[in-house]
Each structure stands twice: as structure tokens, then as C-alpha cells.
Design a protein around this ligand. Structure first.
Ligand SMILES: [Zn+2]
Length: 278
């Protein structure tokens, strides 16, 4: 070790005018941490500043090297948006995104100055970013398409190397799969997720996720037919044989998301908390 310590690159230059920092919040749910992206060199937009971590906020401001004018968020889960309000307050930046819905695990401190509806654009002298509303993981989830690169910034809609939790009622499996198909049809060049590395083959990645979800759905359907009249919790071991029992809490949330989809598709019905094939 030298007196100066190791030289650490605090950010990755992904393309001209697009930089990525990783927030220091690694965990089972966030992988290496939340990706924060910076767009622009002369005036900067920050996407998903992450949870409130002073050192991360300092790094964002330091490497921006120019005024931060806009702070965008993909959705209002605690690992993506809570630092947005602080960053906007400190820099005078405009907050953009969809407001937080009521409910658990929502960052109510995020109050957008400009609501980004589907198709809305942030146009600056250096770049254009278009909002693509992608409900499913969260009802207010927005992906952002950077026009010049044709990259899509996917937040938790598509992440690298893992599947995301669909936690009802704000999470909705039917909408999630529809939003995945919609993103696939955009035929973007790459996906820049909220966790993990750039995905260079969007179609393949999305097909894998959809197949995986539909495979699980088929298991749910078969379990319902074979074991009518069970609660969601009782159904977990029939559907998640491959999953560690320690994760059954999450599995139950995910199973409920599948069951609600089957109910919406009219292939399952429930009464008094018990599920039946329809
Ligand atoms: Zn999330």
C-alpha cells in the first residue's frame, strides 16, 4: 500500500455522456448496489440516486462536474429514490418521475416537480430521454429511453442476472409480463438496469424472464388443480420445491402475484382465502 492508497475509479464511463456509479448498498435484493446513472456533461441529469447515503451523494455531485439540473427516478422503492429529494434540495434540480402510490415500501418523500407520463420527454441541449411507463414491479415504474444511444434504463423492470420481486398489490404480475413484452417490442440496443451490468441482448434477456415466469405460472396452475382449496401459504411448497425454505416469505408474495394473475385471467378463483382452479 502506498501513502495514496489504491486508485479507485468512482464511476464507469459507459458511452459519451453516460456515466454510472454504484451506490454502496449491496445486498441480496440489490446485488452489487443500486446503479445511479448520469447523463450529460454540461448540464447533468441524475437517474436513481438511491437510498440516502451521504458519501454517495457527495460522489454524485463531485463527478457530475457540472450543474445537476434534473433528478429522475424509475420508481419509489427505498433502494432507488430516497436520495432524490435531498439531491434536488442541494442543487436546485427539478425532480422527475411518477408520484409514489400509497402502501408499504414506498418512498413518500419523492414528490415530482414534473410527472413523467408514458411518452413524456426530457429534452436538453445534449440529450433526449423518453419515459416508458412499465407497471408490474411497481405501479409507478418508468423506464427511460436515451434517444441517441437507443439504450433503455430499466430500473427494476429488468435487472441483470436475477429476477425481481413482484409484491402485490402494488406489484402486478399480469402488468409485469405485458410491460416486458412492450419493452421487447421497442427493440432497444441495450438495457441499462438498476442493478448489475449492461444487457446487450435485450430480446434474449426478456424472453428468459417471460419464460421463467410462465413456467412458474404453469406450476401454480398444476398445483391448484391437484390441491384445490388451499391458502396461498399452503400452496408454497407445491410450487417452490426448488427454493430454500428461508425464502418462503418472498416465495409466498411471488405466489400471490401469480395467483392474482390467474384470477385476472379467469383460470383461478378464490373464496374465504382459499384457491381453486377455475
Ligand atoms: Zn424496486
Amino acid at each position: 500500500m502506498t501513502a495514496f492508497g489504491p486508485i479507485m475509479e468512482p464511476f464507469t464511463q459507459l458511452r459519451p455522456g453516460i456515466r454510472r456509479l454504484v451506490a454502496p448498498n449491496p445486498s441480496m435484493m440489490t446485488g452489487p448496489g443500486t446503479n445511479t446513472y448520469l447523463f450529460g456533461n454540461e448540464e447533468v441529469a441524475v437517474l436513481d440516486p438511491g437510498p440516502v447515503i451521504e458519501s454517495h451523494l457527495e460522489t454524485i455531485r463531485e463527478i457530475a462536474g457540472a450543474p445537476i439540473r434534473w433528478v429522475l427516478v424509475t420508481h419509489t422503492h427505498p433502494d432507488h429514490s430516497p436520495a432524490a429529494a435531498d439531491l434536488a434540495r442541494a442543487t436546485g434540480a427539478e425532480l422527475l418521475g411518477m408520484p409514489a402510490p400509497e402502501g408499504q415500501h414506498q418512498d413518500m418523500t419523492f414528490v415530482p416537480d414534473r410527472i413523467m407520463e408514458d411518452g413524456d420527454r426530457l429534452e436538453t441541449s445534449e440529450f433526449v430521454i423518453e419515459a416508458i411507463h412499465t407497471p408490474g414491479h411497481a405501479s409507478n415504474h418508468v423506464c427511460y429511453r436515451h434517444e441517441a444511444s437507443d439504450w433503455l434504463f430499466t430500473g427494476d423492470h429488468v435487472i441483470d442476472g436475477s429476477t425481481v420481486v413482484i409484491d402485490p398489490p402494488d406489484g402486478n404480475m399480469k402488468q409485469y409480463i405485458e410491460s416486458l413484452r412492450r419493452v421487447r417490442n421497442l427493440e432497444c440496443k441495450a438495457l441499462a438496469p438498476g442493478h448489475g451490468e449492461i444487457i446487450h441482448d435485450p430480446e434474449r434477456a426478456i424472453d428468459w424472464i417471460v419464460d421463467h415466469r410462465l413456467e412458474r405460472e404453469a406450476k401454480v396452475d398444476a398445483a391448484l388443480t391437484a390441491n384445490p382449496g388451499l391458502t396461498t401459504r399452503e400452496l408454497v411448497p407445491y410450487v417452490y420445491k426448488d427454493v430454500d425454505k428461508k425464502l418462503y416469505g418472498w416465495a409466498e408474495r411471488s405466489l400471490l402475484a401469480h395467483l392474482i394473475k390467474l384470477e385476472e385471467d379467469a383460470t383461478a378463483v378464490r373464496g374465504d382465502g382459499l384457491w381453486f382452479a377455475n
